[in-house]
Ligand binder design. Structure first.
Ligand code: SF4
Length: 380
């Protein structure tokens, strides 16, 4: 079996390599369980010694999760691409009346879920654009529809942008809205739409939609109403190193306060067909692995770091398992958002393919539920 070098590197040798990279002080903090500072985060992003950063992150990952690497069997349903906003990094959205615009009725959502009944899907992941006309009941109905299609399925739905919109159009109190969503069958939230939680980036590339403070405030509401969620960062466009670190610090603060984040998911930007197509580049493996590793080291209060293979590519996601990640996400099925932006990855992977990636990297594949309960140890 192939095994990535870090998986078996002697710890004292790792310590020497990290010291030679000039990072002994950060290594000491990590070993002592001390929280890393903003300046530490900037150094971890800027040092040319990526291997040393990866070694520290790998050590933390191994302490928390041993050889385990999680995946889940899920499906995506992007119920509409019609959106009132025009984020510059988005290739998915369409305006009402555009030929490529679509809107799924709740019946279509139910059918999409039923189409996968032959597969052992445990989660439906539903995110979409902000449609100008759909009312409050539509959002409850798409959740209900997914549950009708497969009653035992976990519905992980709605970015903080969608939740904020649902709250605004509901005409109800916050308590009533979250009670309605729970009753409809919402299980958790995916945590997208955070982009980069700093005002400069917000103004430059997604000024119309919810800004950083609103994203954090909405996430706080979600978690205070008892829903677990994830948190993303879209990197590799116009953001600066300091802004990435600020993003991580803001997530860490909210996790200290509420404790409802399950996983941090750094999302590699795909520029094709977006307004940043000429400006942006596809992220490199170097930045992908660093983003995973710095996330693992800075977010000491996040249980899981996810390498989302659709955006990282299978190769980078697999390697990320040795740079701090302990999760590859899922089988996915019919992903639209990153495919519209030009990802070269397939629309879906089988559980076998995910387990193969994990085993070839030297880890033990474990199927999980959305909230990280182990479904079963994958067969050897
Ligand atoms: S990123 Fe989301 S909110 Fe922004 S334009 Fe695309 S679909 Fe709309």
């Amino acid at each position: 079996m192939k095994s990535f070098a870090y998986a078996s590197l002697d710890d004292s040798l790792a310590t020497k390599l990290i010291a030679r990279a000039g990072l002994a002080d950060i290594d000491a903090k990590v070993k002592n369980g001390e929280r890393l500072s903003f300046e530490d985060g900037v150094r971890l992003y800027e040092t040319p010694q990526l291997a040393a950063v990866g070694l520290m992150a790998h050590r933390v990952r191994t302490q928390r999760h041993g050889r385990k690497a999680y995946f889940n069997v899920n499906q995506h349903v992007n119920y509409t691409n019609i959106c009132i906003y025009s984020c510059k990094f988005c290739a998915f959205a369409a305006k009402e009346g555009e030929e490529r615009g679509y809107l799924m009725t709740p019946e279509v959502v139910e059918q999409k879920v039923r189409e996968q009944l032959h597969r052992p899907v445990t989660e439906v992941h539903m995110v979409a654009g902000i449609h100008p006309k759909m009312g409050y009941d539509y959002y409850l109905d798409v959740v209900r529809a997914a549950k009708r299609g497969r009653p035992e399925i976990h519905v992980k739905a709605f970015t903080m942008v969608e939740i904020d919109h649902i709250l605004k159009i509901s005409g109800k109190s916050e308590d009533e809205v979250f009670a309605d969503l729970r009753e409809a069958g919402l299980g958790s939230c995916p945590g997208g739409g955070a982009e980069v939680l700093v005002d400069r980036v917000h103004k430059a590339v997604f000024r119309e939609k919810q800004g950083p403070q609103s994203w954090l405030d909405t996430a706080r509401k979600v978690q205070r109403h008892g829903f677990k969620m994830n948190a993303t960062m879209l990197y590799g466009h116009i953001e600066r190193v300091e802004e990435r670190v600020t993003h991580l610090m803001r997530l860490r603060e909210l996790q200290d306060e509420c404790g409802g984040f399950m996983a941090y998911i750094p999302l590699a930007f795909w520029p094709y067909h977006t307004d940043l197509e000429n400006f942006g580049h596809v992220t490199t493996g170097h930045l992908d692995e660093r983003s995973i590793a710095v996330g693992r080291l800075m977010l000491d209060n996040f249980p899981h770091i996810k390498a989302y293979w659709v955006m990282l590519t299978q190769e980078s996601a697999q390697t990320a398992l040795s740079f701090g990640a302990n999760d590859l996400d899922g089988t996915v099925t019919e992903e639209k958002i990153t495919h519209d932006a030009g990802t070269t990855e397939p629309q879906a992977l089988t559980p076998d393919a995910l387990q193969h990636l994990i085993r070839q990297a030297g880890y033990e594949p474990i199927q999980r539920t959305t909230v990280y309960e182990e479904v079963s140890a994958a067969p050897a």
